[in-house]
Design a protein around this ligand. Structure first.
Ligand code: BES
Ligand code: ZN
Length: 773
C-alpha cells in the first residue's frame, strides 16, 4: 500500500520570490532575511540559515526560527518543509554539510556527501575566501523542474542530480552528479557572494559556475578526466552560436520570459568556454588571482562585465602595496609575486569582442612557404559564401582572437593575437603541417586553405599520435563544421575519419563515431534506406573489432566505461546480432530474477532497450518503473520504454506523463524528447505539442528550460520542407496569440540547415559509401 506524503519546497530563480512574499525582487536589492516557518511535528523545516529555536504554538503546530541571513538577493532565498533524512560531515573549516533525501533513498546519499565535502574544501582554498554561513544543506527533491538550484546554504537538486546508487547509476550518471554538485557549490561564491547587477549578465553566474566545474573536478577527481568532457561544453555552445539566430553573451532582458530565456547554451557553455580561453591566455595563476580579486572586491555586492575584466587585468588586492605599476602582495595567492598593472584596457578590449558580439569566428590559414596568411570571418552554418546574404551577415564582425598553434617540427606552442581581419606571420622554421587552436582551448574554428587539411589528414593516417589528443578531437569537430558551412565537401571530412579505427584516445574516437552515428540517424529517420543500410555496414565493418572487444561489465576507467556504453549502444541500435542476443539474454535473466539480478550499470540502458522491444518486456519494464526507488534506474527504463516501435505504447507514456503520477512532471520534457528521437514517435510527439500547447503552458512557464526543451526536442531534427512549413505555421499561430520565444527562430534555422545539408551532401555521402564499403 502506498502512502501519500507531502513536501513543500521553494524555487525562486529568476523572478518567483515575489510570488511567495512581497519584496524588491531584483538581484541588485540585497537584504538580510529573517525566516520563521510553522510546521507539524512529523515534519522538519529547512532554510538558508540554521535554526535557532522552535516554539510550540497552541493547537500543536511548531514554529521554527532561523538565524538572519547574510546580505543576499531574493532569488536565493529558500525554505523546505519535509520528512527527509540526512547524512552529515564537517569541512576542514568546520562547516556542517548535510545531504537530505526522502527516507527510502537515504542510502543513495553517501557519494554526494564525499563529493561535496571535497569540493567545498577545494573552493575555499581556490577562492581563498571562506564560505560565510555555518551550514550547507544539499536536498534531493522528488519532483524538481530543473537540474538543481543554488539557494545559499540550501541547495535543491533533482534526485538524479544528487543521488548515486551503485547498483543502477552508470559512469555517466556519476559524472553528472559530480558536475552538478561542483556547479552549485561554485555558485555559493559566483552568484551568491558576488551577484550580477541584472539578468542581462547572468553568464557571470552560469558561465562561471560551468567553468568552475572544470577547474574543481580536474583538481579533486582527476580520474574522472573531466577536461575531456569539457570540450563538449564548447562544442554545444558552437552548435548554437554558429546560427544567425544566436545572441551575444550579454543581452538585454526585461520581462520574466526574456529573463528565463537567458538561461541557455550561450550563458552557460559559451560563457564557460571564453573564460577557459582567457585562462589559457593569461595563465592559470594570473586568472586565479584575478577572480580572487573580483570575489573579494564585490563580496555581498553586485558586479557587471567590466568589473570582472578590471579585476582580471589587475590582480592587485585592496591593501596590496603598489609601486611603479607593479603590485606587491601579502595575500596567500600572490605572495612573493609581482604582477604588472597596466594591461587593463587590453583585456577588456579583447573580451568585449566575445561578450558583446554574437557568433564565433572562423580563422582561415594559408601557408605559403614560411609565411602564414591569416584571415578571420564570422562562421555561419548553413549560409554559404556564394549565397547572396553572406556578405551582409559578415559586416562589422571582428574579434580579438588569442591564437595558438603548433607545428610538426617541434612541440612548442606559439601564440599570436589576431586583432584585424587579415594578418601575416613568419614561421620560425619550415613545416609540413600546422595545427591551430592547441588543445582546443580557443573559441574559434579553423580552416586550412590549400593543402593544409591534406597534410593533417595524412599525418593522422601515418601516425595520429603526433597530434595531441585534444587537437585530434578539435580537427574532427572543425572538419564537420566546415562541411555544414559549405567550406569543405563531405568526402574530405569522411576521409579524415578513416584513421578512427586506430584511434586510441576514447574521447576522440567517440567524437568521430558520434558524427557518423548522427548521419545514420538522419538517414534512418528520413527513410533513405540505401544510405542507411550502407552506413550501417560501414560502421559495423570498420568498428567491429572494437565493438567485439567490449565486455558486458563495469570494469575499467571512466572512458573505458563511456566507450563501452556508446559502442554497445551503437551496435544494438544497428541490430548487430551478437549485441542483441547478449542484451536479450541479460534481460530475460533479470526478468526471471524478478528484477533482483544486478546488470552492469554501464550496459543497463542497452539491456532495457532491447528488452522493451517485446510487449511482455515493455509491460514488465513499466511495472518496474513504478516500483524503482532509483532515479538513475528510472531514467534508463523510461528511455527504453520510449524506443518501442508501437505507437500505442508511446501514446500511453505521454498520457502517464500528463498525469504526473507514475511518470513525474519533471520527466515530461525528457520523455517527449526521447519519443521524438524515435522515428516511430517523431510525429506523435510533435502533434502532441501542437494539440496541447495551452495545456503545456498551464504546467510550464513560456520561457522556461522545460518549455524550450519541449519545443526544440520535438522539432529540431526535422529535415524536410513540409515539416519546416508545419513548424513555421505553428510558431506563427503562437506569435499571433502573443507568445514569442527566441527558440522559434533557432528551430526554424536549424531545420532549414538540415534541409540544406541534405541537399548539398546526401549524394556525396551515398557515393563515398559505395566506394569505401
Ligand atoms: N541557477 C541554475 C538554476 C536555474 C536554471 C534557475 C534556469 C532558473 C532558470 C542552476 O545553477 C543550474 O544551472 N542548474 C542546471 C544544472 C547545471 C549543472 C548545469 C540545471 O538546472 O539544469
Ligand atoms: Zn547554475
Amino acid at each position: 500500500m502506498s502512502i501519500l506524503r507531502v513536501i513543500a519546497v521553494t524555487d525562486f530563480e529568476p523572478t518567483q520570490a515575489r510570488m511567495a512574499f512581497p519584496c524588491f525582487d531584483e538581484p541588485l536589492f540585497k537584504a538580510n532575511f529573517s525566516i520563521k516557518i510553522r510546521r507539524e511535528s512529523k515534519h522538519i523545516a529547512l532554510s538558508n540559515m540554521p535554526k535557532v529555536k522552535t516554539i510550540e504554538l497552541e493547537g500543536g503546530l511548531l514554529e521554527d526560527h532561523f538565524e538572519a541571513t547574510v546580505k543576499m538577493s531574493t532569488y536565493l532565498v529558500a525554505y523546505i518543509v519535509c520528512d527527509f533524512n540526512s547524512v552529515s560531515g564537517t569541512t576542514s573549516s568546520g562547516v556542517k554539510v548535510s545531504i537530505y533525501a526522502s527516507p527510502d533513498k537515504w542510502n543513495q546519499t553517501h557519494y554526494a556527501l564525499d563529493v561535496s565535502l571535497k569540493l567545498f574544501d577545494f573552493y575555499e582554498n581556490y577562492f581563498d575566501i571562506n564560505y560565510p554561513l555555518p551550514k550547507l544543506d544539499l536536498v534531493a527533491i522528488p519532483d524538481f523542474e530543473t537540474g538543481a538550484m543554488e539557494n545559499w546554504g540550501l541547495i535543491t537538486y533533482r534526485e538524479t542530480s544528487l543521488l548515486f546508487d551503485p547498483k543502477t547509476s552508470s559512469a555517466s550518471d556519476k559524472l553528472w552528479v559530480t558536475k552538478v554538485i561542483a556547479h552549485e557549490l561554485a555558485h555559493q561564491w559566483f552568484g551568491n557572494l558576488v551577484t550580477m547587477e541584472w539578468w542581462n549578465d547572468i553568464w557571470l553566474n552560469e558561465g562561471f559556475a560551468t567553468y568552475m566545474e572544470l577547474i574543481s573536478i580536474n583538481a579533486t577527481y582527476p580520474e574522472l578526466q573531466f577536461d575531456d568532457s569539457f570540450l563538449n561544453v564548447c562544442f554545444e555552445a558552437i552548435a548554437k552560436d554558429s546560427l544567425n539566430s544566436s545572441r551575444p553573451i550579454s543581452n538585454p532582458a526585461e520581462t520574466p520570459t526574456q529573463i528565463q530565456e537567458m538561461f541557455d547554451a550561450v550563458s552557460y557553455n559559451k560563457g564557460a568556454c571564453i573564460l577557459n580561453m582567457l585562462k589559457d591566455f593569461l595563465s592559470e595563476k594570473k586568472f586565479q588571482e584575478g577572480i580572487i580579486h573580483y570575489l573579494r572586491k564585490f563580496s555581498y555586492r553586485n558586479a557587471k562585465n567590466d568589473d570582472l575584466w578590471g579585476s582580471l587585468s589587475n590582480s592587485c588586492l585592496e591593501g596590496d602595496f603598489t609601486s611603479d605599476g607593479f603590485c606587491y602582495s601579502n595575500s596567500k595567492m600572490t605572495s612573493n609575486t609581482v604582477s604588472f598593472l597596466g594591461k587593463n584596457t587590453e583585456i577588456k578590449e579583447m573580451m568585449t569582442t566575445w561578450t558583446l558580439q554574437k557568433g564565433i569566428p572562423l580563422v582561415v590559414v594559408k601557408q605559403e612557404g614560411r609565411s602564414l596568411r591569416l584571415h578571420q570571418e564570422r562562421f555561419l552554418k548553413g549560409v554559404f559564401r556564394e549565397d547572396p546574404e553572406w556578405r551582409a551577415l559578415q559586416e562589422r564582425y571582428l574579434w580579438h582572437i588569442p591564437l595558438t598553434y603548433s607545428m610538426n617540427s617541434s612541440n612548442a606552442i606559439h601564440r599570436h593575437i589576431l586583432k584585424s581581419k587579415t594578418d601575416t606571420l613568419e614561421l620560425p622554421e619550415k613545416t609540413n603541417w600546422l595545427k591551430f587552436n592547441v588543445d582546443s582551448n580557443g573559441y574559434y574554428i579553423v580552416h586550412y586553405e590549400g593543402h593544409g587539411w591534406d597534410h593533417l589528414i595524412s599525418q593522422l593516417n601515418q601516425n595520429h599520435t603526433f597530434l595531441r589528443p585534444k587537437d585530434r578531437i578539435g580537427l574532427i569537430h572543425d572538419v564537420f563544421q566546415l562541411v555544414s558551412a559549405g567550406i569543405l565537401t563531405l568526402d574530405k571530412a569522411l576521409e579524415l575519419t578513416r584513421y578512427l579505427p586506430r584511434e586510441t584516445n576514447y574521447p576522440a574516437l567517440l567524437k568521430g563515431l558520434g558524427h557518423l552515428e548522427l548521419f545514420y540517424h538522419m538517414m534512418y529517420r528520413r527513410n533513405i534506406s540505401d544510405v542507411t543500410e550502407n552506413l550501417k555496414h560501414y560502421l559495423l565493418r570498420y568498428f567491429k573489432p572494437m565493438i567485439d572487444k567490449q565486455s558486458w561489465s563495469d570494469q575499467g576507467s571512466i572512458w573505458d566505461k563511456l566507450l563501452r556504453s556508446a559502442l554497445l549502444k551503437l551496435a544494438c541500435d544497428l541490430n548487430h546480432p551478437p549485441c542483441i542476443q547478449k542484451a536479450a539474454e541479460l534481460f530475460s535473466q533479470w526478468k526471471e530474477s524478478s528484477g533482483k539480478l544486478n546488470i552492469p550499470t554501464d550496459v543497463l540502458k542497452i539491456v532495457y532497450s532491447v528488452g522493451a522491444q517485446t510487449t511482455g518486456g515493455w509491460n514488465y519494464l513499466l511495472e518496474q518503473y513504478g516500483q524503482s526507488v532509483s532515479g538513475a534506474e528510472k531514467n534508463k527504463i523510461l528511455y527504453a520504454l520510449s524506443t518501442s516501435k508501437h505507437q500505442e505504447k508511446l501514446a500511453k507514456l505521454i498520457k502517464l506523463g500528463m498525469e504526473g503520477k507514475v511518470i513525474k512532471t519533471q520527466d515530461f520534457a525528457a520523455l517527449l524528447h526521447a519519443i521524438a528521437r524515435n522515428p516511430m514517435g517523431q510525429h506523435l510527439a510533435w502533434n502532441f505539442v501542437r494539440e496541447n500547447w495551452t495545456y503545456l503552458l498551464k504546467k510550464f512557464d513560456l520561457g522556461s528550460f522545460v518549455m524550450r526543451m519541449i519545443i526544440s526536442g520535438t522539432t529540431s531534427h526535422f529535415s524536410s520542407k513540409d515539416e519546416l512549413q508545419e513548424v513555421k505555421l505553428f510558431f506563427e499561430s503562437l506569435k499571433a496569440q502573443g507568445s514569442h520565444l527566441d527558440i522559434f527562430q533557432i528551430v526554424l534555422e536549424t531545420i532549414t540547415n538540415n534541409i540544406k545539408w541534405l541537399e548539398k551532401n546526401l549524394n556525396t555521402l551515398r557515393s563515398w559509401l559505395l566506394v569505401n564499403i
